[in-house]
Design a protein around this ligand. Structure first.
Ligand code: NAP
Length: 323
């Protein structure tokens, strides 16, 4: 059996279409959702991430702004920037690109963001809302995993779900979302005993450990749904051969490029699982999609409670509209 591939790029495209319509509706009412990104210093990877987030805003007709403090920025300077953005009515979402330089108190800066504009879902107020099952802004990667499950009609209610990893940004919120969707959830971490056996009992596995190909194919219950959050860059040939031994084209690509991306689940699991996200192309595209979705949601919650979500007769059908 080969698993159904849970294609994140396809869901991203569908959701971008939906979001574009919603942005057009809000914009025609004078509320153009806007994201402000704060990028400190000149780390190339961070620059690339922020660039793609701003390009996504452009694609959806949303407003965007980029603030680029020097790498020497202090905590006080960062707090002043966040305060300005908190006060700016046109800014619906505030994105602090991480990591911040060592001299900046990251926690303090993230906690200074207005929870109503916390589109990364990192603020303790939003985490508290998630714990108690109240509406709020949810961390993008786990929210994206839920969209993958729901849009592929994978049954969550009553399922045994195993989440591998307990980070604040992926594992913990993921476990809470699955629990609120009525799964029976087990959270695993580096001290969990008999990990393979725990995973074998799962109808849904969410792997978010940052360990390439750690979850072996024979840990997966036949027919289970596998959501692989892990994004690991392989550079060692022996590691690539271990993971891609049954995928000659991936091995070939690794050899020509000298590196490749791999998830936390061994690719051979595709022959056991019922459904599985690829890496790349599974969870990855969903993270930016949910950031856009959270920004539109934040605009709606803060500024546009009364505007209907669907397009009414005579209303705009597409385009950015607005200011
Ligand atoms: P993290 O903060 O490093 O957390 C890793 C978690 O995995 C920890 O809870 C750790 O347990 C657990 N773990 C590590 N080794 C383990 C082992 N051998 N057995 C069992 N549990 C183990 O990582 P993260 O930020 O959550 O990210 C996890 C992965 O997801 C990374 O590969 C990251 O690149 C990827 N990611 C992808 C996206 C995306 O958009 N696709 C977004 C975010 C993250 P302890 O708590 O006991 O240390």
């Amino acid at each position: 059996m080969t698993a159904r591939i849970l294609d994140g790029a396809k869901i991203r495209d569908a959701m971008f279409g939906e979001l574009k319509d919603e942005v057009a509706i809000l914009s025609s009412a004078g509320i153009r959702p806007g994201l402000a990104a704060v990028l400190v210093g000149s780390d190339p990877a961070s620059q690339l991430y922020v660039k793609s987030k701003i390009a996504a805003c452009d694609q959806l007709g949303m407003a965007s702004g980029l603030i680029t403090p020097l790498a020497s920025a202090t905590t006080a300077e960062m707090l002043a920037i966040v305060e300005d953005l908190n006060r700016d009515n046109d800014t619906d979402g505030i994105l602090i690109q991480l990591p911040l330089p060592a001299q900046v108190d990251t926690k303090r800066v993230l906690e200074a963001v207005d929870p109503a504009k916390d589109v990364d879902g990192f603020h303790p107020v939003n985490l508290g809302r998630l714990v108690s099952g109240r509406p709020g802004l949810v961390a993008c990667t786990p929210a994206g995993c839920m969209e993958i499950l729901r849009r592929n009609e994978i049954r969550i209610e009553g399922a045994n779900a195993v989440v591998l990893g307990r980070s604040d940004i992926v594992g913990k919120p993921m476990a809470l979302l699955l629990m609120h969707a009525n799964a029976t959830v087990t959270i695993c971490h580096s001290k969990t005993k008999n990990l393979a056996d725990v995973v074998r009992g799962a109808d849904i596995v969410v792997a978010a450990m940052g360990r390439a190909g750690f979850v072996e194919a024979d840990w997966i219950r036949p027919g289970a749904a596998v959501i692989d959050v892990g994004t690991n860059r392989l550079t060692e040939a022996a590691e690539a051969e271990r993971l891609f031994r049954n995928f000659p084209s991936r091995l070939e690509k690794f050899r020509s490029k000298g590196n490749a991306l791999a998830g936390d689940v061994h690719p051979d699991a595709v022959n056991v699982a019922g459904a599985m996200t690829p890496v790349p192309g599974g969870v990855g595209p969903m993270t930016i999609t949910m950031l856009m979705s959270n920004t539109v949601k934040a605009a709606r919650m803060r500024r546009a409670k009364a505007i209907p979500r669907t397009i009414s007769a005579g209303g705009p059908s597409s385009g950015s509209g607005g200011r």
